[in-house]
Design a protein around this ligand. Sequence first.
Ligand code: SF4
Length: 453
Amino acid sequence: MPGGTLRIMNTQSQSPTDLHRERLALLERMEQQFPEIPPEAILKEDLLRTGIRFDEEALRFCAEFKTKSYFIFSFDMVPISDMEQGENLRAPEEIRFSGGDHRYRPTTVSVRVNPHSPYQGVVRDGRLRLACGERDLGEVELLPVPEYYRRQLESGQPVHEVAPTIEWGYLVYLTVYRKCQYFGFNEECRFCDINENYRQQVKAGRPYRTVKPVEEVLEALSIIAETSSAAKAYTLTGGSITRQLKGQTEADFYAAYAREIEDRFPGRWIGKVVAQALPEDEQKKFRDAGIRIYHPNYEVWDERLFEILCPGKTSYVGRAEWHRRILAARDIFGPENVIPNFVAGIEMSRPHGFTDPAEAVASTAEGLEWFMSQGVSPRFTVWCPEPLSPLVMEREAAGETQGPAPLEYHVGLLRAWRDTHRRHGLPVPPGYGPPGVGNALFSVSSFMDVIEV
Ligand code: SF4
Protein backbone atom coordinates (compact mmCIF):
# COMPACT_ATOMS: atom_id res chain seq x y z
CA MET A 1 0.00 0.00 0.00
CA PRO A 2 1.44 3.37 -0.94
CA GLY A 3 2.50 5.65 1.91
CA GLY A 4 0.05 8.09 0.43
CA THR A 5 0.87 11.67 1.38
CA LEU A 6 -1.58 13.84 -0.47
CA ARG A 7 -0.18 17.20 -1.39
CA ILE A 8 -2.72 19.66 -2.53
CA MET A 9 -2.33 20.91 -6.06
CA ASN A 10 1.38 21.09 -6.69
CA THR A 11 2.20 22.62 -3.37
CA GLN A 12 5.52 20.79 -3.32
CA SER A 13 6.94 23.06 -5.99
CA GLN A 14 5.60 26.26 -4.43
CA SER A 15 7.26 28.32 -1.75
CA PRO A 16 5.07 28.69 1.37
CA THR A 17 4.71 32.39 0.64
CA ASP A 18 3.39 31.76 -2.88
CA LEU A 19 1.06 29.07 -1.58
CA HIS A 20 -0.46 31.38 1.01
CA ARG A 21 -0.68 34.34 -1.35
CA GLU A 22 -2.42 32.25 -3.99
CA ARG A 23 -4.87 30.80 -1.51
CA LEU A 24 -5.83 34.20 -0.14
CA ALA A 25 -6.26 35.47 -3.71
CA LEU A 26 -8.49 32.47 -4.46
CA LEU A 27 -10.71 33.23 -1.46
CA GLU A 28 -11.01 36.84 -2.59
CA ARG A 29 -11.82 35.80 -6.15
CA MET A 30 -14.56 33.45 -4.94
CA GLU A 31 -16.05 36.15 -2.74
CA GLN A 32 -16.26 38.44 -5.77
CA GLN A 33 -17.63 35.74 -8.06
CA PHE A 34 -20.25 34.59 -5.54
CA PRO A 35 -21.28 37.70 -3.58
CA GLU A 36 -24.52 35.99 -2.50
CA ILE A 37 -22.65 33.22 -0.64
CA PRO A 38 -21.46 34.15 2.87
CA PRO A 39 -17.64 34.43 3.03
CA GLU A 40 -17.73 32.14 6.06
CA ALA A 41 -19.17 29.34 3.92
CA ILE A 42 -16.50 29.90 1.25
CA LEU A 43 -13.71 29.55 3.81
CA LYS A 44 -15.45 26.57 5.43
CA GLU A 45 -15.66 24.71 2.11
CA ASP A 46 -11.99 25.45 1.45
CA LEU A 47 -10.97 24.18 4.88
CA LEU A 48 -12.94 21.00 4.27
CA ARG A 49 -11.48 20.31 0.84
CA THR A 50 -7.92 21.31 1.84
CA GLY A 51 -7.56 20.36 5.50
CA ILE A 52 -5.71 22.12 8.30
CA ARG A 53 -2.25 21.74 9.84
CA PHE A 54 -1.27 22.31 13.41
CA ASP A 55 2.19 23.00 14.76
CA GLU A 56 3.41 21.48 18.02
CA GLU A 57 2.38 24.47 20.12
CA ALA A 58 -1.13 24.42 18.65
CA LEU A 59 -1.45 20.69 19.29
CA ARG A 60 -0.40 21.24 22.90
CA PHE A 61 -3.07 23.94 23.15
CA CYS A 62 -5.69 21.48 21.79
CA ALA A 63 -4.89 18.89 24.47
CA GLU A 64 -7.57 20.25 26.80
CA PHE A 65 -10.29 20.01 24.17
CA LYS A 66 -12.33 17.36 22.37
CA THR A 67 -10.15 15.47 19.87
CA LYS A 68 -10.93 13.57 16.68
CA SER A 69 -12.84 10.37 17.34
CA TYR A 70 -12.56 8.85 13.83
CA PHE A 71 -16.27 8.20 13.98
CA ILE A 72 -16.46 6.33 10.65
CA PHE A 73 -14.01 7.26 7.86
CA SER A 74 -10.58 8.83 8.38
CA PHE A 75 -11.57 12.25 6.99
CA ASP A 76 -7.85 13.10 6.85
CA MET A 77 -5.61 13.91 3.91
CA VAL A 78 -2.62 11.88 5.08
CA PRO A 79 -2.53 8.39 6.60
CA ILE A 80 -1.72 8.03 10.28
CA SER A 81 1.70 6.68 9.34
CA ASP A 82 2.57 10.12 7.90
CA MET A 83 1.43 12.11 10.95
CA GLU A 84 4.77 12.97 12.48
CA GLN A 85 3.28 14.86 15.42
CA GLY A 86 0.70 12.24 16.37
CA GLU A 87 -2.13 14.41 15.06
CA ASN A 88 -4.49 11.41 14.97
CA LEU A 89 -4.58 11.51 18.76
CA ARG A 90 -4.23 15.26 19.26
CA ALA A 91 -6.09 17.23 16.58
CA PRO A 92 -9.51 18.62 17.49
CA GLU A 93 -12.70 17.08 16.09
CA GLU A 94 -13.97 20.49 15.01
CA ILE A 95 -13.01 24.13 15.16
CA ARG A 96 -15.25 27.19 15.26
CA PHE A 97 -13.64 30.23 13.63
CA SER A 98 -14.86 33.81 13.98
CA GLY A 99 -13.71 37.42 13.78
CA GLY A 100 -10.59 38.37 11.87
CA ASP A 101 -10.44 41.05 9.15
CA HIS A 102 -13.67 39.73 7.64
CA ARG A 103 -15.49 39.76 10.98
CA TYR A 104 -16.53 36.19 10.30
CA ARG A 105 -19.58 34.99 12.16
CA PRO A 106 -18.93 31.81 14.23
CA THR A 107 -18.57 28.90 11.82
CA THR A 108 -18.16 25.25 12.79
CA VAL A 109 -15.87 23.10 10.66
CA SER A 110 -14.78 19.49 10.87
CA VAL A 111 -11.00 19.07 11.07
CA ARG A 112 -9.27 17.17 8.29
CA VAL A 113 -5.62 16.77 9.10
CA ASN A 114 -3.26 17.85 6.32
CA PRO A 115 0.32 18.80 7.33
CA HIS A 116 0.70 20.44 3.89
CA SER A 117 -2.35 22.70 4.07
CA PRO A 118 -1.94 26.46 3.64
CA TYR A 119 -4.33 26.82 6.59
CA GLN A 120 -2.82 26.50 10.02
CA GLY A 121 -3.95 26.50 13.61
CA VAL A 122 -1.43 28.66 15.51
CA VAL A 123 -1.16 30.01 19.03
CA ARG A 124 -0.77 33.78 19.24
CA ASP A 125 -0.87 35.69 22.53
CA GLY A 126 -2.09 32.57 24.28
CA ARG A 127 -5.11 32.13 21.96
CA LEU A 128 -5.64 29.66 19.11
CA ARG A 129 -5.99 31.43 15.76
CA LEU A 130 -6.61 30.32 12.19
CA ALA A 131 -3.92 31.60 9.83
CA CYS A 132 -2.91 31.41 6.20
CA GLY A 133 0.76 32.36 6.26
CA GLU A 134 1.07 35.75 7.92
CA ARG A 135 -2.63 36.53 7.47
CA ASP A 136 -4.72 36.04 10.58
CA LEU A 137 -8.16 34.70 9.60
CA GLY A 138 -9.74 34.82 13.02
CA GLU A 139 -10.04 33.33 16.44
CA VAL A 140 -10.59 29.60 16.91
CA GLU A 141 -12.90 28.22 19.55
CA LEU A 142 -12.65 24.55 20.51
CA LEU A 143 -15.17 22.40 22.30
CA PRO A 144 -14.11 21.45 25.83
CA VAL A 145 -13.95 17.71 26.51
CA PRO A 146 -17.49 16.75 27.52
CA GLU A 147 -17.84 14.92 30.78
CA TYR A 148 -18.96 11.71 29.03
CA TYR A 149 -15.69 11.68 27.04
CA ARG A 150 -13.85 11.15 30.31
CA ARG A 151 -15.99 8.16 31.32
CA GLN A 152 -15.56 4.46 30.64
CA LEU A 153 -18.04 1.63 30.31
CA GLU A 154 -17.97 -1.38 32.59
CA SER A 155 -16.12 -3.25 29.84
CA GLY A 156 -13.36 -0.65 29.94
CA GLN A 157 -14.31 0.83 26.56
CA PRO A 158 -14.24 4.62 26.54
CA VAL A 159 -17.66 6.22 25.97
CA HIS A 160 -16.18 8.30 23.13
CA GLU A 161 -15.26 5.17 21.20
CA VAL A 162 -18.75 3.67 21.49
CA ALA A 163 -20.78 6.88 21.16
CA PRO A 164 -18.70 9.86 19.96
CA THR A 165 -20.41 13.14 19.23
CA ILE A 166 -19.89 15.56 16.35
CA GLU A 167 -21.56 18.80 15.24
CA TRP A 168 -20.45 20.51 18.45
CA GLY A 169 -22.03 17.79 20.57
CA TYR A 170 -25.40 17.84 18.76
CA LEU A 171 -25.15 14.44 17.05
CA VAL A 172 -24.24 11.11 18.68
CA TYR A 173 -22.58 9.11 15.92
CA LEU A 174 -23.16 5.39 16.33
CA THR A 175 -21.09 3.51 13.76
CA VAL A 176 -22.23 0.14 15.03
CA TYR A 177 -20.67 -1.79 12.14
CA ARG A 178 -17.22 -0.48 11.31
CA LYS A 179 -16.71 -2.31 8.03
CA CYS A 180 -18.60 -2.61 4.76
CA GLN A 181 -19.52 -5.74 2.86
CA TYR A 182 -19.00 -3.90 -0.41
CA PHE A 183 -15.47 -5.11 -0.55
CA GLY A 184 -12.65 -5.00 -3.09
CA PHE A 185 -12.25 -3.44 -6.50
CA ASN A 186 -15.59 -4.59 -7.92
CA GLU A 187 -17.73 -3.44 -5.02
CA GLU A 188 -16.42 -0.76 -2.66
CA CYS A 189 -17.19 2.86 -3.43
CA ARG A 190 -14.04 4.33 -4.94
CA PHE A 191 -13.96 7.39 -2.68
CA CYS A 192 -14.45 5.45 0.56
CA ASP A 193 -11.80 4.33 3.07
CA ILE A 194 -14.02 2.61 5.67
CA ASN A 195 -12.29 -0.77 5.50
CA GLU A 196 -8.73 0.63 5.19
CA ASN A 197 -9.38 3.15 7.93
CA TYR A 198 -10.49 0.33 10.22
CA ARG A 199 -7.14 -1.37 9.63
CA GLN A 200 -5.01 1.72 10.19
CA GLN A 201 -6.87 2.68 13.37
CA VAL A 202 -6.51 -0.81 14.85
CA LYS A 203 -2.81 -0.78 13.93
CA ALA A 204 -2.47 2.61 15.64
CA GLY A 205 -3.96 1.16 18.84
CA ARG A 206 -7.45 2.71 18.78
CA PRO A 207 -9.95 0.28 20.39
CA TYR A 208 -12.02 -0.16 17.23
CA ARG A 209 -14.26 -3.23 17.08
CA THR A 210 -16.06 -4.45 13.99
CA VAL A 211 -19.49 -4.57 15.67
CA LYS A 212 -20.47 -2.55 18.73
CA PRO A 213 -22.48 -4.59 21.26
CA VAL A 214 -25.93 -3.11 21.76
CA GLU A 215 -25.58 -3.26 25.57
CA GLU A 216 -22.51 -1.01 25.34
CA VAL A 217 -24.32 1.43 23.07
CA LEU A 218 -27.14 1.64 25.63
CA GLU A 219 -24.71 2.07 28.52
CA ALA A 220 -22.88 4.86 26.67
CA LEU A 221 -26.15 6.57 25.79
CA SER A 222 -27.32 6.45 29.39
CA ILE A 223 -24.15 8.33 30.41
CA ILE A 224 -24.73 10.89 27.62
CA ALA A 225 -28.38 11.26 28.65
CA GLU A 226 -27.30 11.98 32.24
CA THR A 227 -24.56 14.43 31.41
CA SER A 228 -25.35 16.22 28.13
CA SER A 229 -28.19 18.45 27.07
CA ALA A 230 -26.40 19.39 23.83
CA ALA A 231 -26.99 16.01 22.16
CA LYS A 232 -30.27 16.13 20.24
CA ALA A 233 -29.97 13.35 17.67
CA TYR A 234 -28.24 10.05 16.99
CA THR A 235 -27.22 8.44 13.75
CA LEU A 236 -27.07 4.67 13.42
CA THR A 237 -24.71 3.75 10.67
CA GLY A 238 -21.92 1.59 9.37
CA GLY A 239 -21.10 -0.24 6.19
CA SER A 240 -23.57 -1.91 3.89
CA ILE A 241 -24.66 -5.47 4.67
CA THR A 242 -25.13 -7.25 1.38
CA ARG A 243 -25.41 -10.74 2.84
CA GLN A 244 -25.97 -11.10 6.56
CA LEU A 245 -24.24 -9.90 9.70
CA LYS A 246 -24.68 -11.94 12.86
CA GLY A 247 -27.49 -13.75 11.06
CA GLN A 248 -29.36 -10.53 10.28
CA THR A 249 -30.10 -8.55 7.14
CA GLU A 250 -29.10 -4.90 6.97
CA ALA A 251 -32.52 -3.60 8.03
CA ASP A 252 -32.85 -6.12 10.87
CA PHE A 253 -29.32 -5.42 12.10
CA TYR A 254 -29.61 -1.61 12.32
CA ALA A 255 -33.29 -1.62 13.34
CA ALA A 256 -32.47 -3.81 16.36
CA TYR A 257 -30.26 -1.03 17.78
CA ALA A 258 -32.94 1.58 17.13
CA ARG A 259 -35.59 -0.52 18.84
CA GLU A 260 -33.43 -0.98 21.96
CA ILE A 261 -32.56 2.72 22.07
CA GLU A 262 -36.15 3.84 21.63
CA ASP A 263 -37.43 1.31 24.19
CA ARG A 264 -34.94 2.58 26.74
CA PHE A 265 -35.01 6.33 25.88
CA PRO A 266 -38.31 6.91 24.05
CA GLY A 267 -38.09 10.04 21.89
CA ARG A 268 -35.04 11.32 23.83
CA TRP A 269 -33.12 12.04 20.60
CA ILE A 270 -34.05 12.28 16.91
CA GLY A 271 -33.20 8.84 15.52
CA LYS A 272 -31.58 8.64 12.09
CA VAL A 273 -30.20 5.77 10.07
CA VAL A 274 -27.76 5.76 7.18
CA ALA A 275 -28.36 2.61 5.16
CA GLN A 276 -28.71 1.41 1.61
CA ALA A 277 -31.82 2.31 -0.39
CA LEU A 278 -33.69 -0.80 0.70
CA PRO A 279 -37.02 -2.20 -0.52
CA GLU A 280 -40.02 -0.58 1.13
CA ASP A 281 -40.75 -3.51 3.47
CA GLU A 282 -37.24 -3.22 4.85
CA GLN A 283 -37.45 0.55 5.22
CA LYS A 284 -40.59 0.10 7.32
CA LYS A 285 -38.55 -1.89 9.85
CA PHE A 286 -36.54 1.28 10.56
CA ARG A 287 -39.66 3.40 10.94
CA ASP A 288 -41.34 0.81 13.17
CA ALA A 289 -38.24 0.71 15.36
CA GLY A 290 -38.50 4.48 15.95
CA ILE A 291 -36.19 5.91 13.30
CA ARG A 292 -37.40 9.29 12.10
CA ILE A 293 -34.87 10.24 9.43
CA TYR A 294 -33.60 7.99 6.64
CA HIS A 295 -30.38 8.63 4.72
CA PRO A 296 -30.22 6.32 1.66
CA ASN A 297 -27.11 7.97 0.20
CA TYR A 298 -26.85 8.16 -3.59
CA GLU A 299 -23.27 9.55 -3.53
CA VAL A 300 -23.14 11.05 -7.05
CA TRP A 301 -25.85 11.97 -9.53
CA ASP A 302 -24.25 11.45 -12.95
CA GLU A 303 -25.20 8.02 -14.31
CA ARG A 304 -21.81 7.14 -15.82
CA LEU A 305 -19.92 8.26 -12.72
CA PHE A 306 -22.30 6.44 -10.37
CA GLU A 307 -21.53 3.19 -12.15
CA ILE A 308 -17.78 3.81 -12.02
CA LEU A 309 -17.56 5.21 -8.49
CA CYS A 310 -20.19 3.01 -6.82
CA PRO A 311 -19.75 -0.42 -8.43
CA GLY A 312 -21.28 -2.30 -5.50
CA LYS A 313 -24.39 -0.14 -5.34
CA THR A 314 -24.68 -0.45 -9.10
CA SER A 315 -24.49 -4.23 -9.19
CA TYR A 316 -26.57 -5.00 -6.09
CA VAL A 317 -29.32 -2.41 -6.57
CA GLY A 318 -28.72 -0.22 -9.64
CA ARG A 319 -29.03 3.53 -9.95
CA ALA A 320 -32.64 3.71 -11.19
CA GLU A 321 -33.89 1.37 -8.47
CA TRP A 322 -31.84 3.21 -5.84
CA HIS A 323 -33.55 6.46 -6.83
CA ARG A 324 -36.98 4.83 -6.96
CA ARG A 325 -36.55 3.53 -3.42
CA ILE A 326 -35.50 6.99 -2.21
CA LEU A 327 -38.76 8.42 -3.53
CA ALA A 328 -40.75 5.48 -2.15
CA ALA A 329 -39.37 6.30 1.31
CA ARG A 330 -41.40 9.55 1.27
CA ASP A 331 -44.55 7.57 2.04
CA ILE A 332 -42.87 5.81 4.95
CA PHE A 333 -40.95 8.62 6.70
CA GLY A 334 -42.50 11.77 5.19
CA PRO A 335 -40.66 13.58 2.37
CA GLU A 336 -38.73 16.01 4.59
CA ASN A 337 -37.35 13.07 6.60
CA VAL A 338 -35.79 11.36 3.58
CA ILE A 339 -32.38 13.00 3.27
CA PRO A 340 -29.99 11.15 0.96
CA ASN A 341 -26.36 12.28 1.00
CA PHE A 342 -23.99 12.78 -1.89
CA VAL A 343 -20.25 13.28 -1.70
CA ALA A 344 -19.67 16.70 -3.21
CA GLY A 345 -16.60 16.80 -5.39
CA ILE A 346 -16.20 13.18 -6.46
CA GLU A 347 -17.78 14.07 -9.80
CA MET A 348 -14.51 15.94 -10.46
CA SER A 349 -12.20 13.08 -9.39
CA ARG A 350 -9.55 11.88 -11.80
CA PRO A 351 -9.51 10.16 -14.25
CA HIS A 352 -13.23 9.81 -14.99
CA GLY A 353 -14.78 12.96 -13.57
CA PHE A 354 -15.75 16.30 -15.06
CA THR A 355 -12.89 18.70 -15.64
CA ASP A 356 -14.99 21.86 -15.82
CA PRO A 357 -16.43 22.98 -12.44
CA ALA A 358 -19.46 24.52 -14.15
CA GLU A 359 -20.31 21.21 -15.87
CA ALA A 360 -19.88 19.33 -12.59
CA VAL A 361 -22.20 21.73 -10.77
CA ALA A 362 -24.74 21.54 -13.63
CA SER A 363 -24.78 17.74 -13.42
CA THR A 364 -25.25 17.69 -9.65
CA ALA A 365 -27.83 20.49 -9.82
CA GLU A 366 -29.84 18.33 -12.24
CA GLY A 367 -30.05 15.71 -9.49
CA LEU A 368 -30.98 18.34 -6.90
CA GLU A 369 -33.78 19.55 -9.14
CA TRP A 370 -35.01 15.99 -9.69
CA PHE A 371 -35.16 15.22 -5.97
CA MET A 372 -36.25 18.59 -4.65
CA SER A 373 -39.04 18.98 -7.22
CA GLN A 374 -40.41 15.76 -5.66
CA GLY A 375 -40.09 16.96 -2.08
CA VAL A 376 -36.79 15.33 -1.09
CA SER A 377 -33.85 17.54 -0.01
CA PRO A 378 -30.51 15.79 -0.48
CA ARG A 379 -27.62 16.99 1.64
CA PHE A 380 -23.92 16.66 0.96
CA THR A 381 -20.55 16.23 2.60
CA VAL A 382 -17.43 17.79 1.08
CA TRP A 383 -15.25 15.11 -0.49
CA CYS A 384 -12.01 14.55 1.41
CA PRO A 385 -9.57 12.68 -0.87
CA GLU A 386 -8.53 10.17 1.77
CA PRO A 387 -5.15 8.59 1.03
CA LEU A 388 -6.35 5.02 1.68
CA SER A 389 -9.35 5.27 -0.64
CA PRO A 390 -9.13 3.54 -4.03
CA LEU A 391 -9.45 6.85 -5.92
CA VAL A 392 -6.30 8.20 -4.27
CA MET A 393 -4.31 4.97 -4.07
CA GLU A 394 -4.79 4.22 -7.76
CA ARG A 395 -3.60 7.68 -8.78
CA GLU A 396 -0.58 7.41 -6.53
CA ALA A 397 0.26 4.00 -7.98
CA ALA A 398 0.28 5.73 -11.37
CA GLY A 399 2.64 8.40 -10.01
CA GLU A 400 -0.04 11.08 -9.97
CA THR A 401 -2.00 12.90 -7.31
CA GLN A 402 -5.72 13.03 -6.63
CA GLY A 403 -6.43 16.53 -5.43
CA PRO A 404 -9.79 17.78 -4.22
CA ALA A 405 -12.38 19.43 -6.44
CA PRO A 406 -11.76 23.14 -7.10
CA LEU A 407 -13.18 25.67 -4.67
CA GLU A 408 -15.15 27.18 -7.55
CA TYR A 409 -17.06 23.90 -7.85
CA HIS A 410 -17.87 23.79 -4.13
CA VAL A 411 -19.08 27.37 -3.92
CA GLY A 412 -21.07 26.98 -7.16
CA LEU A 413 -22.71 23.91 -5.65
CA LEU A 414 -23.66 25.80 -2.49
CA ARG A 415 -25.41 28.38 -4.64
CA ALA A 416 -27.18 25.68 -6.68
CA TRP A 417 -28.31 23.83 -3.53
CA ARG A 418 -29.58 26.98 -1.83
CA ASP A 419 -31.39 28.27 -4.94
CA THR A 420 -33.04 24.93 -5.71
CA HIS A 421 -34.10 24.42 -2.09
CA ARG A 422 -35.54 27.94 -1.97
CA ARG A 423 -37.26 27.66 -5.38
CA HIS A 424 -39.17 24.59 -4.26
CA GLY A 425 -40.11 26.14 -0.92
CA LEU A 426 -38.74 23.18 1.04
CA PRO A 427 -38.44 23.13 4.83
CA VAL A 428 -35.12 23.34 6.69
CA PRO A 429 -33.87 19.73 6.79
CA PRO A 430 -34.66 18.36 10.26
CA GLY A 431 -32.08 16.77 12.53
CA TYR A 432 -29.20 19.18 11.91
CA GLY A 433 -29.78 21.83 14.52
CA PRO A 434 -30.15 25.50 13.70
CA PRO A 435 -29.67 26.79 10.14
CA GLY A 436 -28.00 29.94 8.91
CA VAL A 437 -24.55 31.44 8.89
CA GLY A 438 -23.34 32.04 12.44
CA ASN A 439 -25.65 29.32 13.79
CA ALA A 440 -25.16 26.12 11.77
CA LEU A 441 -23.61 23.13 13.53
CA PHE A 442 -23.34 20.71 10.61
CA SER A 443 -19.58 20.60 10.14
CA VAL A 444 -18.78 18.57 7.02
CA SER A 445 -20.35 20.90 4.46
CA SER A 446 -21.98 24.33 4.44
CA PHE A 447 -25.46 23.48 3.20
CA MET A 448 -26.96 24.48 6.57
CA ASP A 449 -24.87 27.67 6.66
CA VAL A 450 -26.34 29.00 3.41
CA ILE A 451 -29.99 28.62 4.41
CA GLU A 452 -31.32 32.11 5.04
CA VAL A 453 -33.34 32.51 8.21
S1 SF4 B 1 -21.58 1.68 0.88
FE1 SF4 B 1 -19.84 2.66 -0.14
S2 SF4 B 1 -19.55 4.63 0.98
FE2 SF4 B 1 -20.82 3.29 2.28
S3 SF4 B 1 -19.37 2.29 3.64
FE3 SF4 B 1 -19.70 0.90 1.88
S4 SF4 B 1 -18.05 1.37 0.44
FE4 SF4 B 1 -18.18 3.08 1.93
